[in-house]
Design a protein around this ligand. Structure first.
Ligand code: ARG
Length: 460
């Protein structure tokens, strides 16, 4: 067995069970690119500060290049007995270039190294997620463009409420995703500080330049406090909470589309390419991808809770528990990426059943609130008008008809203020035409929203 990099004071090697239990290389090897990037910056700084020679630096840098190439070409052998990504790379570098490699860990600890890697990795992961959110937004706006003018029932309490333009509903998701983008950008700004050089926890007595490495790695500045730098994973918690909010939004979208695809709603028909069948019921076609979007959101939220519980009992500074931050983080990022991608693909592959929606619109007295507004315009106090329209709806229910089917005589029997022009307010088309407030479902207002998004997302 090879001695550990930390083996000096030890007389026995760890048991196999402990080795297997504590290794992290099986999952943290995905950090290799960021780990190598951090090491390059660190070695360059050590040379600049005269802590290693230029020739040491040169051989470290070219060794790291070669290791990166081997990893990328699948030639690198990851060893569990070398514990984690950091020691795998450092030990391989030592095997390759000898003495100079042993100077790389000068004024550095795995404690600042891992959290440097993680911040760099999260920064890149955020950029990827941002691009996927944009992609989904574009898919939603395009879907809206394809269905201009389509009115659907709007719901509250899942009961029919008021008629709305489909575009208005789809853009509501685009707005939510926009705030998700804001949260990620915000989180990225806050995490973009360098822990490198915090060493184990206390910093170092060697003359390092943390500003240089921070700059080299594209961070805004070095973190001010070395204990904070190695202790906290609040940036991961923040990232996972931003992911959880995205997951919540996507889950709601999934739920709505699953409902819409049901026989009972029948608003959408997903294409076969985004549907799956049943192994027993030959007739079935299920919207599984959106069900899984709803289902997988729980994993993302679970990861956030894992991180919170992981960190809440830890004293300063580094504790090995923190190694458990990685799998939930990686899983959350991978899951949210797939959820975004699949949601966009679903949006690209559904058709709205205009005829079926049209037939469904008369049910539920969606124009009742518009009728109440009609009376308000005639000077009736809203509470009174609410009551008058309520009685008109009751009459419809007893006659099994719609508000627009009531005669002027019938309406006037409820209240004499109804006049011939009332019919301009009844029926869903008329009703939608009457909306005019900023942000409302009125066609002009929705056109404004569409215009905003089409130009913001540069959709042609
Ligand atoms: N694998 C460790 C982690 O993920 C790296 C830091 C280990 N530090 C240590 N002192 N054992 O957190």
């Amino acid at each position: 067995k090879e001695g550990k990099l930390w083996g000096g004071r030890f007389e026995e090697s760890v048991t196999d069970a402990v080795e297997r239990f504590s290794e992290s290389v099986s999952f943290d090897k995905v950090l290799y690119k960021h780990d190598i990037r951090g090491s390059r910056a660190h070695a360059t700084m050590l040379a600049q500060q005269g802590l290693i020679t230029t020739s040491d630096k040169e051989s470290i840098l070219s060794g790291l290049d070669e290791i990166e190439r081997r990893i990328e070409d699948g030639e690198f052998v990851w060893r569990m007995d070398r514990e984690d990504v950091h020691m795998n790379i450092e030990a391989a570098l030592t095997d390759m270039i000898g003495e100079p490699a042993k100077k790389l860990h000068t004024a550095r600890s795995r404690n600042d190294q891992i959290v440097t890697d993680l911040r760099l990795w999260c920064r890149d992961a955020i950029d990827m997620i941002l691009a996927s959110i944009r992609y989904l937004q574009v898919a939603l706006v395009r879907l809206a463009m394809k269905n201009e003018g389509l009115i659907i029932p709007g719901y509250t309490h899942l009961q029919r409420a008021q008629p709305v333009l489909l575009q208005h509903v789809l853009l509501s998701y685009v707005e939510q995703l926009e705030r998700d983008i804001g949260r990620l950008l915000n989180c990225k700004d806050r995490m973009n500080f360098s822990p490198l050089g915090a060493c184990a926890l206390a910093g170092t007595g060697l003359p390092i330049d943390r500003f240089m490495t921070s700059n080299e790695l594209g961070f805004i500045a070095p973190l001010r406090n070395s204990i904070d730098a190695v202790s906290d994973r609040d940036f991961v918690v923040e990232f996972l909470s931003a992911n959880s909010i995205i997951a919540m939004h996507l889950s709601r979208l999934g739920e709505e589309w699953v409902l819409w695809a049901s026989e009972e709603f029948g608003f959408i028909t997903p294409s076969d390419s985004v549907s799956t069948g049943s192994s027993i019921m030959p007739q079935k076609k299920n919207p599984d991808p959106m069900e899984l979007v709803r289902g997988k959101s729980s994993r993302v939220m679970g990861s956030l809770v894992t991180l919170l519980i992981l960190c809440k009992g830890l004293p300063q500074a580094y504790n090995r528990d923190l190694q458990e931050d990685k799998e939930p983080l990686f899983d959350s990022v991978e899951t949210i990426q797939c959820m975004l991608e699949v949601s966009a693909e679903f949006a690209q592959n559904i058709n709205f059943n205009h005829a079926k929606i049209q037939n469904a619109l008369p049910a539920g007295h969606l124009d009742a609130t518009t009728l109440a507004d009609y009376l308000v315009k005639k000077g009736v106090p809203f509470r009174t008008s609410h009551d008058i329209v309520g009685r008109s709806v009751a009459l419809c229910i007893s006659k099994n008809c719609q508000l627009m089917d009531l005669s002027l005589v019938e309406l006037r029997s409820i209240n004499p203020l109804f006049e011939e022009d009332v019919y301009e307010y009844l029926g869903v088309e008329n009703s939608v035409k009457k909306f005019c407030s900023y942000g409302s479902t009125g066609s002009g207002r929705v056109a404004e929203q569409m215009h905003f998004w089409v130009s913001k997302l540069q959709i042609s």
